[in-house]
Design a protein around this ligand. Structure first.
Ligand code: ATP
Ligand code: MG
Ligand code: ZN
Length: 513
């Protein structure tokens, strides 16, 4: 890697002329020490110039200490050296120009820029690819201190690689199948349920009102999960918060994937001032016009402070954050269905299988790698029984590349953990969509063994420094029931006995005149 940094320290006052020898000596020593510590590479500091309240210099390095790292070290040492002797303090630094030339793994398919960079140029020399990154000189000091430059360099490499990766088809391999089942309809299940008054669209996009009838079926599904999974495997229920602030999505790394194809949250804002006076004009306006002045309202609320529950388990981790778990408490096994999950499903209106307000059951396990693997396998076995035997659904298991592995785009990591860490999707055949071979099956549930990602992200440890892994599984009632109705129809006489056992009597639907 090749770096060039022209920068300056801001001083509390001018340095006296007689300091110039000391400065030369200081920088020479710094360069010498750096070269000694790094046997290879080149490192030089030139153009040292004290002028008024600024001390400017140029650091150039090739395969050696990056200049911004050197600058932070110099700042500390120099502050001591000149502070005492000349009573001049260092008041931070400014960049004038910073360029970083680095080799990247793949040639980008198209150019791109990044925040906090001025320019990124790509080139190719003898089958090798290079990026020349010019850092925005306005980059805040604390970002330089906290690793932003390193992450810019990494992001350039990953973004170029991802352009190739994105063009490839997502990894999807069928690893188990229930085989063909008896199907009783080839109608669109959403239409069937709408016509029967089991579900009704609201005024809001992809949101539905669930009648007593469909709620009874959801309740039955819930009870089946309890009886087949949670009771025998020893899972406890808990209530995970459903409003998620940024600190959580930062740690879970969801924030990094915001609207990048895997995380499409609803945002939450707060009133800037929660007082009657502040909102009085809005209240008056609504009262006299019977309309909502949304633009005006937008001025009175904050920027998003986070959003609504998206993947259910991230806010759970705030509970364990920074703690060390007792060995006797492992593995932790919990489930949650205490509230809806929200996703902004882009595109046109969808049926009941793709809603913006969904009702998911989340299964979560945490333990040693061995415990996590065992828990994940056990849940997977039970899921098969529920879908295949209780609901008698035509389903298959697909091994897919989960977004959290995809996002990191790190092939190395994949190779190492791939046989243990990963996601199994359950997919149901939807006859109304076409043939088994050609139509798109519906994902109804996933089972994921996630590895160290969450314990690391939330700084959770285990007694005796045992490595901690976690895994989670999510499936929505909307998907279970859409899949079920699309294969079995509305007529209960065609429904499997083990499922019917969980339904006393379906409530009468409300009839409209
Ligand atoms: P898809 O690719 O179909 O959008 P996904 O990959 O976004 O699914 P996950 O994030 O893996 O889904 O969520 C796990 C489960 O949550 C899904 O298997 C499904 O049961 C449920 N789910 C996700 N999005 C929706 C939705 N919009 N409506 C109903 N259920 C959903
Ligand atoms: Mg989705
Ligand atoms: Zn989860």
């Amino acid at each position: 890697m090749k770096h060039y940094l022209a920068a300056a320290f801001n001083l509390s006052g001018p340095l006296p002329d007689e300091s110039s020898e000391d400065l030369t000596e200081f920088f020479n020593q710094f360069v010498e020490k750096t070269q000694e510590s790094k046997k290879e590479g080149e490192f030089a500091i030139t153009n040292i110039n004290a002028d008024g309240n600024q001390l400017s210099f140029v650091i150039a390095s090739v395969n050696s200490v990056p200049p911004h790292v050197a600058l932070l070290r110099i700042r500390k040492q120099l502050a001591e050296a000149i502070g005492k002797k000349y009573r001049v303090g260092l008041r931070g630094f400014e960049f004038r120009k910073y360029t970083i030339e680095t080799e990247i793994e793949q040639e980008p398919l198209k150019e791109f820029t990044l925040p906090l960079t001025k320019k990124i140029e790509f080139s190719k020399k003898e089958d090798k690819f290079y990026a020349k990154i010019e850092i925005d000189p306005e980059i805040p000091e604390d970002f330089v201190e906290k690793g932003t430059i390193e992450r810019i360099v990494r992001r350039v490499n990953d973004k170029a690689a991802k352009q190739h990766y994105g063009a490839k088809k997502e990894h999807h391999e069928i690893v188990w199948s229930s085989g063909e089942k008896e199907l009783f309809t080839d109608q669109n299940p959403t239409t069937l349920m709408q016509e029967a008054n089991w579900i009704q669209r609201t005024n809001y996009r992809n949101q539905w009102i669930l009648s007593p009838t469909i709620t009874t079926l959801a309740e039955a599904m819930k009870q089946i999960m309890v009886d087949y999974i949670y009771k025998p495997l020893g899972y406890d229920q808990m209530m995970i918060p459903k409003l998620v602030d940024w600190s959580i999505w930062l740690r879970s790394e969801h924030a990094e994937g915001i609207y990048q194809g895997g995380f499409e949250p609803y945002f939450v804002v707060q009133p800037k001032e929660p007082t009657p006076e502040y909102f009085e004009e809005i209240a008056d306006y609504i009262t006299i016009t019977k309309t909502i002045p949304t633009e005006k309202l937008a001025e009175k609320v904050t920027a998003p402070i986070g959003g609504l529950s998206y993947a259910q388990c991230p806010p759970f981790w705030a509970w364990l954050q920074g703690k060390t778990l007792a060995k006797s408490s492992l593995p932790i096994k919990i489930y949650d269905w205490s509230g809806p999950t929200y996703r902004y499903e882009a595109g046109s209106a969808y049926g009941f299988e793709r809603v913006d307000e969904l009702h998911r059951i989340e299964t979560l396990f945490i333990g040693s790698p061995k415990q996590a693997k065992k828990a994940g396998t056990a849940v997977r076995d039970k899921m098969r029984i529920i879908f295949n035997e209780v609901l008698d659904l035509e389903v298959r298991e697909a091994q897919v590349m989960p977004w959290w592995l995809q996002q990191s785009a790190s092939e190395q990591k994949m190779d190492k953990e791939t046989d243990l860490v990963g996601t199994i999707d359950y997919e149901a055949y939807m006859p109304y969509r076409g043939t088994r071979e050609e139509s798109e099956w519906l994902e109804i549930q996933n089972v994921s063994i996630i590895g160290t990602k969450y314990p690391k992200g939330f700084s959770v440890k285990a007694e005796g420094n045992v490595e901690l892994w976690s895994g989670c599984c999510g499936g929505s009632f909307e998907r279970f029931l859409t899949a079920f109705i699309s294969q079995k129809g509305l007529d209960q006489k065609n429904w499997p006995e083990p499922f019917l056992k969980y339904i006393d009597k379906l409530p009468e639907t409300i009839k409209f005149h």
